[in-house]
Design a protein around this ligand. Structure first.
Ligand code: RIB
Length: 331
């Protein structure tokens, strides 16, 4: 069956332009309209007329878009569950997309969501100056950002106090007597990683401990980078006695590196990971983590978006939820 994407390719325009032609937008110049309509005719494409009529009546589609950076990350799975539970309870469906932390893929899915005329979109920006998200907001699409901040942006947002959670975790390690603490961070153009690193530095400074750059390594939030960065830290002449890892998948990678070296946790190396994991209790020893209220972030974001749809002019709301240090036996 011919799709919107086929028409866009044939007419050599974006999906969003095809959608504007279907919705009779006045933003389409006559020549472009002619080219797109010719492509539709040649391909035998017939837009969903029911959906179009509903849109033209200004009706809500009762459809939300949700784009997450990594569909394999349990944190985003839990956040998505929170969004979907609130949406479904209010008779809204959710279109879930995975951007793979990739701006091009994020734009592709945003174009698809716009062509489907979703009523609003929830997403973590891929980084703090994500141009695709700025454009969405500029075009007046209702957006709620979650988890990560978008610089200089006043849209509704739901975040977690990452700096506080990291400070508490490192404070705990220091109180246990650790002085050489390694850090495995994510990409520092992402606010969550940057704020967690700052919490790490705050805790060291509060105890007048130096933050040697040798003990700070940068990953990319994925498991392999956690393993590679842990190997680098453990190969140091004076390895750290504790490692603080700034997200769940990198923590799993770090644990892989530690176990391959047959190091004992916590006797040889203590570990705290940011983000709880469904299987953290089942690890040997059970993992100490900074738990993010991922489900509640999703719930709150969906709630804010539905409120925005009801009251388009309401003031922007910024929610900051608290993480919790869950002390188990890995430190
Ligand atoms: O594992 C997911 C968490 O780590 C999220 O907060 C995401 O932003 C990354 O920082």
């Amino acid at each position: 069956m011919t799709s919107l994407t086929d028409v866009a390719k044939r007419a050599e325009v974006s999906i969003a332009t095809v959608s504007r032609v279907i919705n009779n937008s006045d933003k389409v110049v006559p020549e472009t309209r002619r080219i797109v309509e010719k492509a539709m005719e040649e391909l035998g494409y017939h837009p969903n007329r029911v959906a179009r009529r509903l849109r033209q009546r200004g009706g809500k589609r009762h459809l939300l878009g949700l784009i997450i950076p990594d569909i394999q990350n349990p944190f985003f799975a839990e956040l998505s569950r929170g969004v979907e539970d609130v949406a479904y309870a209010n008779q809204f469906a959710v279109m879930l997309c995975n951007s793979d932390e990739n701006l091009k893929k994020e734009k592709f899915y945003l174009d698809v969501l716009r062509s489907e005329s979703v009523d609003g979109i929830i997403l973590p920006p891929i980084h703090e100056r994500d141009p695709v998200v700025y454009k969405l907001i500029e075009d007046g699409i209702p957006v709620v950002t979650v988890d990560r901040s978008l610089s200089q942006c006043t849209t509704d947002k739901v975040e977690v106090d990452n700096r506080r959670g990291a400070h508490e975790a490192v404070e705990h390690l220091i109180k246990l007597g650790h002085r050489r603490i390694g850090l495995i961070a994510g990409r520092l153009n992402v606010s969550t990683s940057r704020d967690r690193k700052q919490g790490f530095l705050d805790a060291l400074a509060a105890h007048k401990l130096s933050a040697s750059e040798a003990y700070v390594r940068g990953g990319d939030f994925k498991q392999a980078s956690g393993r590679a960065m842990a190997d680098q830290l453990l190969d140091l002449p004076e390895p750290p006695t504790a490692i603080f890892v700034l997200n769940n998948l990198m923590t799993v990678g770090a644990l892989e590196a530690i176990h391959r070296r047959k190091l004992r946790i916590p006797a040889d190396i203590a570990v705290i990971g940011f983000d709880d994991l469904p299987w953290a209790e089942a690890l040997d020893p059970p993992l100490t983590v900074v738990r993010q209220p991922a489900y509640e972030v999703g719930q709150a974001a969906a709630d804010l978006l539905l409120k925005r749809l009801q009251e388009p002019k309401r003031a922007a709301t910024h929610l900051l939820l608290l993480p919790k240090l869950i002390i188990r036996n890995s430190c």
